[in-house]
Design a binder for this molecule. Structure first.
Ligand code: SAM
Length: 258
């Protein structure tokens, strides 16, 4: 079958890489695991051996029959034909589950936003993206890849890059390297929808200063920055997570009625 580029279909064909990715999730028979985008089952095969229950969500209807046939003998495997961005992932399994996926880069931001919003149900995740996406997920303040995705991810998860996977491990081979990242949920400390709106406004124009970006969406931006002890001439990518939280707290404080 022809791989669909629009769905980011680069199927893993390196058995060693598949093992390493699955091993990173530390599965036991007590675990339920959700796989996003099983494709032809390169990771699924090992998940079925290692976990108690495996749920796989695949968007491409042409792959569903193949998965069912390949794993028909596995009574701990369930495949769901759905777009993971539309699915209510909280309804998979009873307790917390682990999550794994080799994912197309174009769903990195929406899927991480969704997973962050549902992280109370997730014990740990191991995800593979193209390397540039993982660079952005783990980027430290004041480094080039730091952006909205870094703050979104690091606010919600402890993020650790595990290893890189070369193009030749896939079929068809992508143009770029991939990286595997482990994400472990952190407790929720702020109203995240509002927090992420702030982060998004602040990063709207990367070349503008923080003050100039904030002026477009935050009342009394200069006073609020001063209250948070953050210099408005800085750029959004220089802020630490603690500074983002201070800024958000200052905005909430300023919005309170006297
Ligand atoms: N896990 C397989 C592997 O490692 O060989 C396939 C990985 S391939 C990079 C990405 C998979 O995600 C494809 O099977 C694709 O059809 C699926 N996919 C893409 N977008 C999706 C979505 N929104 N929801 C569910 N699956 C999706």
């Amino acid at each position: 079958m022809k791989a669909k580029r629009s769905l980011g279909q680069n199927f893993l064909r390196d058995a060693d890489a598949a093992h390493r990715i699955v091993d990173a999730l530390d599965l036991t028979e007590r675990d339920a695991v959700l796989e996003i985008g099983p494709g032809t089952g390169a990771l699924t095969e090992h998940l079925i051996d290692a976990a108690g229950r495996v749920f796989a969500v695949e968007f491409d209807g042409d792959l569903i029959e193949g998965l069912k046939k390949r794993f028909f003998a596995a009574n701990n495997f369930h495949v769901v034909h759905a777009d993971v961005l539309e699915l209510d992932i909280a309804r998979i399994g009873r307790g917390k589950y682990k999550l794994i996926g080799n994912l197309p880069y174009n769903i990195a931001t929406p899927i991480l936003r969704r997973l962050a919003a549902r992280r109370e149900d997730i014990a740990a995740m191991v995800l593979m993206f193209q390397r540039e996406v993982v660079d952005r997920i783990i980027a430290a303040p004041a480094t080039k890849p730091r952006g909205y995705l870094s703050v979104l991810a690091q606010n919600a998860f402890e993020a650790e890059r595990l290893f890189d996977v070369p193009p030749k491990a896939f079929s068809p081979a992508p143009k770029v390297w991939s990286s595997v990242v482990r994400l472990v949920p952190k407790p929720r400390t702020v109203d995240e929808a509002a927090f992420l709106r702030l982060v998004s406004i602040a990063f709207a124009h990367k070349r503008k200063t923080l003050l100039n970006n904030l002026k477009t969406g935050v009342l009394n931006a200069a006073e609020t920055l001063a209250a948070a002890k953050i210099d408005g001439s800085r750029r959004a990518e220089t802020l630490t997570l603690a500074e983002w939280h201070s800024l958000f707290a200052a905005i909430k404080e300023a919005g309170k009625p006297n």
